[in-house]
Design a protein around this ligand. Structure first.
Ligand code: ADP
Ligand code: MG
Length: 259
């Protein structure tokens, strides 16, 4: 029996009156799920992730995190449970990769802010998991976009959260590293009980790794369920207003684009 990590009840959110409106979101996220959120640009995917991360406050409705309303958690306590990786981070301070990933430990550090031996181990391990050990002393401002995204993921892992929210967080990675990151997340999901919710436009990777999908359009969740019921050619064509086919053949599966 899985435990609920999140329960969303009639959650609504608008940035301004008359503008985009996230409408009546009802869903549950159970521990150890691996969920993909898909939908066209502007459908509200990032807004939903920000609400889950506690970065935005719902206008109405309830967001329960482990049975408590999310606004009752301190920032530090939220950071011990949730980490969010986005693609729009910029860093201007020329700290090195180690120091950058170490920032992920801050919610766990003692009153004086010292890193214990265990903290150092977790930081090194997180860097190694994303294959950045060779860049450990490089200034974060002087690594490639893909390496920076891996550093962001390492920082999220160093946080040792129970859930990672990824917002197009592998979009700038080459295909090998995209697959590596997803394999790593899947392994953490299988072996370390990490819950994963990610937004991705890479339907092939989503198809391969995810077993539950939320399909969003116009500020609403229009489908929510197991892969077999949601990740269908028909549903995706409707949501994206484009013609393609999800194919499954001889151990391969993926999206075929109509000629
Ligand atoms: P998605 O991630 O699915 O592309 P978003 O959740 O980022 O969509 O955005 C949903 C809508 O809200 C878009 O129309 C976007 O322009 C608008 N929006 C996003 N962020 C803001 C903001 N900070 N202020 C005003 N409008 C915003
Ligand atoms: Mg977005």
């Amino acid at each position: 029996m899985h435990e609920n990590l999140f329960v969303l009840q009639d959650v609504e959110y608008s940035y301004s009156k008359g503008g985009f409106h996230l409408q009546k979101i009802n869903c549950k996220i159970q521990m150890r799920e691996f969920i993909t959120i898909i939908g066209p640009n502007g459908s509200g995917k990032s807004t939903l992730l920000k609400l889950l991360a506690g970065a935005l406050k719902a206008d109405s409705g309830k967001i329960l995190l482990k049975d408590n309303e999310i606004q009752n958690y301190s920032k530090k306590d939220l950071a011990k449970i949730i980490s969010i990786v986005t693609q729009f981070n910029t860093v201007i301070f020329p700290i090195n990769v180690y120091e950058f990933v170490a920032l992920g430990r801050s919610p766990h550090l003692n009153y004086f802010g010292y890193e214990s031996k265990k903290d150092v181990e977790i930081i090194m391990e997180s860097i190694s998991k994303v294959e950045l050990t060779s860049k450990i002393n490089s200034p974060i401002t002087q690594i490639s976009g893909g390496e920076f995204q891996r550093a962001l993921i390492a920082r999220a892992l160093a946080q040792e959260p129970e859930i990672i929210l990824l917002d197009e967080a592998t979009a700038h990675l080459d295909i090998k590293h995209q697959i590596e990151i997803f394999k790593l997340l899947k392994k953490l999901n299988d072996e370390e009980k990490l819950t994963i919710v990610f937004v991705s436009h890479n339907l092939n990777l989503a198809d391969f790794f995810s077993n539950r999908f939320l399909l969003m359009a116009n500020g609403k969740i229009i489908k929510d369920g197991i892969k077999e019921e949601t990740f269908t050619s028909e549903n995706l064509q409707k949501v994206f207003d484009a013609e393609f086919l999800i194919a499954n053949q001889g151990g391969y599966s993926g999206v075929l684009i109509k000629k």
